[in-house]
Ligand binder design. Sequence first.
Ligand SMILES: Cc1cc2nc3c(=O)[nH]c(=O)nc-3n(C[C@H](O)[C@H](O)[C@H](O)COP(=O)(O)OP(=O)(O)OC[C@H]3O[C@@H](n4cnc5c(N)ncnc54)[C@H](O)[C@@H]3O)c2cc1C
Ligand SMILES: *[C@@H]1O[C@H](CO)[C@@H](O)[C@H](O)[C@H]1NC(C)=O
Length: 342
Amino acid sequence: MARVLIVGAGLTGSLCAALLKRQASGPLQLSVWDKAEDAGGRMTTANSPHHLQCTADLGAQYITCTPYYAKIHQSFYDELLAQGILKPLTSPIKGMVMKDGDSNFVAPQGVSSIIKHYLKESGAEVYFRHRVTQINLSNEKWEVSREKGSSEQFDLLVLTMPVPQILQLQGDIQNLISEGQRQQLESVSYSSRYALGLFYEAGLKIDVPWAGQYITSNPCIRFISIDNKKRNIESPDIGPSLVIHTTVPFGVTYLEHNTEDVQELILRQLENILPGLPQPVGTKCQKWRYSQVTNAATNCPGQMTLHLKPFLVCGGDGFTQSNFDGCITSAICVLETLKHHI
Ligand SMILES: Cc1cc2nc3c(=O)[nH]c(=O)nc-3n(C[C@H](O)[C@H](O)[C@H](O)COP(=O)(O)OP(=O)(O)OC[C@H]3O[C@@H](n4cnc5c(N)ncnc54)[C@H](O)[C@@H]3O)c2cc1C
Ligand SMILES: *[C@@H]1O[C@H](CO)[C@@H](O)[C@H](O)[C@H]1NC(C)=O
């Protein structure tokens, strides 16, 4: 039975896993490895340490569907809407640019519920705290090493982490990337920013007429959302949660600083925008070194095949664009090439 490893439990990796399960004609042993503690990647949903139901989306906030993608990805939207995983965004986001015909969606249980849905459907064995460090070729198989634990062998490999993290992998893979491919991979760039999640006690009201707001006049803060209000799940038993995204210039300037110091800087700026907020009961500061793609790989149809026998393919938003439809496009392209090698 062919052993397949997908590296990355983000939207691209989880959807690749689900599509593989749907389309495979024979039996497969499917594994997903991620270095993180939970599924989601840049569609992560953090929990308050004091109340697990108090959650906040620290990466992607809402999904914008253009008329073009409403048509070509209709089955994906229909399925997630039918299951209640996506719901229309109905609460006001101040400063959001809406184009004619666009629709916006939120995930009431947190954006990571989309990824968990696909992983569950795939039936894959999912392993967290599995950071891939090295990929070697051994007897026509991939020998994949991780930071802690022994290496394992696979017949097929799909890499979905941000492109710079693919280039950091050690071992034979370094020599398998052609000069042209390396140039293309090195041209992929990302913005950097921080996200801060603040969790409050139940019963607290944050009295503002919006659920989210783009800020244009602050050097540090670009976006604020009252996350539970954005997702339409205000409840008397669960405290509100706030998400703050920094500007990219701030993220770049403080990229190598201590996260606790950065959190203090963000909180100080927040006081100017929302004065008098009480102390949160929990906080989570997330550094997004690779936040959103600013330059995608050129001339790449949503994936890049690095090796044929055994098969190794890379996918993710670095080969398309940084949003829901970009990841779907990439996962479909990965599957298209993969199909011929199973
Ligand atoms: C702050 C922010 C706001 C955003 N806002 C929106 C939005 O509003 N709407 C929208 O549609 N999109 C938004 N995006 C973009 C969207 O989140 C991404 O395009 C999408 O989540 C990318 O999914 P992916 O699976 O390709 O990559 P990722 O989600 O990055 O998944 C890659 C996974 O690989 C894992 N990994 C990395 N290296 C290794 C390794 N060596 N070994 C094992 N695992 C590894 C990571 O832990 C990660 O889970 C936003 C992103 C950010 C950061
Ligand atoms: C992988 O190959 C490198 C040389 O490219 C070697 O140093 C390393 O020990 C190999 N790892 C495993 C697990 O065999």
